[in-house]
Design a protein around this ligand. Structure first.
Ligand SMILES: [Zn+2]
Length: 275
């Protein structure tokens, strides 16, 4: 059962539509941000109802309409939106007005992009999720927003720290100013892997052993713990890191969960915009 409000998230209900925000980011008037749930769109079947991807299980018309409904919440048109092209890389795209509408109402002219960053206003950046972590980044001083898709491969490869580096080099962000949040994703109990995946983490950093729990021949890994460990190691302030503390698989009536729905599921989004 998901509560309406905790220290970690706020659940917003507008009719059938339900979405989440971070209390830590809600106070910034110039920032709009959210993470969607399953509820509030027009799709049917395994994608019911607010689906933003999985075109083999849904229609293009439904998906476009779901983006229009997202735009109603954010105060944005679909031609102000830009989506990632996720393939579990650490590639981050600097998004500008030249990209408006790409992935929603225009073809993308890029691929293998798991992170989006911008300082331009009235431009909505969007990443897709169904168990994988969404990492939200905001620098209120330099007025920069970023979103990263960080599943286990992206987490292992370090997309979180890649975003921090990009914000520093591209926009001159100070580490102490950057605020981050992790959206709904698998909890440690629900992220079970074989030894080869666990070993890949240990090979990358011995410190990751503290985030792994061996249960029989399987391992359970706390990906959110690893993301926060890496962001702290990159120099971010502990008080600036937050996490909605919601598991997609434990709450599969609320969220699309790749593991919880055995792959037959829709796709949710993280979205951010400076206004
Ligand atoms: Zn769980």
């Amino acid at each position: 059962m998901i509560r309406e409000k905790t220290e970690s998230y706020r659940l917003h209900r507008e009719g059938e539509r339900q979405y989440l925000t971070f209390p830590q980011l809600d106070d910034y008037e110039e920032l709009r941000h959210l993470f969607t749930t399953r509820h509030g769109g027009v799709s049917q079947g395994p994608c019911a109802t607010w689906n933003f991807g999985e075109r083999h299980l849904d229609t293009d018309e439904n998906i476009l309409q779901n983006f229009e409904l997202l735009g109603q919440v954010l105060g944005a048109d679909t031609d102000q939106m830009v989506t990632s092209a996720q393939t579990h890389t650490t590639n981050i795209k600097v998004v500008t007005a030249a990209d408006l509408g790409k992935g929603v109402v225009r073809e993308r002219d890029y691929r293998d992009i798991d992170g989006l960053v911008t300082d331009e206003r009235n431009l909505t950046i969007i990443t897709g999720h169904a168990d994988c972590n969404a990492i939200f980044f905001f620098d209120p001083v330099r007025q920069v927003i970023g979103l990263a898709h960080s599943g286990w491969r992206g987490t292992l490869a370090g997309i979180g720290t890649a975003m921090v580096s990009k914000m520093k080099t591209e926009y001159g962000c100070q580490l102490s100013d950057i605020i981050t949040g992790i959206g709904p994703s698998l909890c440690q109990d629900c992220f079970e892997v074989d030894e080869d995946v666990a070993q890949a983490f240990f090979d990358a950093d011995e410190a990751y052993r503290q985030f792994a729990d061996r249960r029989g021949c399987k391992f359970h890994i706390d990906l959110k713990g690893i993301i926060h460990h890496d962001l702290l190691a990159a120099g971010l302030a502990e008080g600036n890191l937050s996490d909605m503390e919601l598991c997609t698989k434990c709450n599969k009536e609320m969220f699309f969960s790749h593991r919880g729905h055995q792959g037959r599921r829709g796709l949710m989004v993280a979205a951010m915009m400076l206004v």
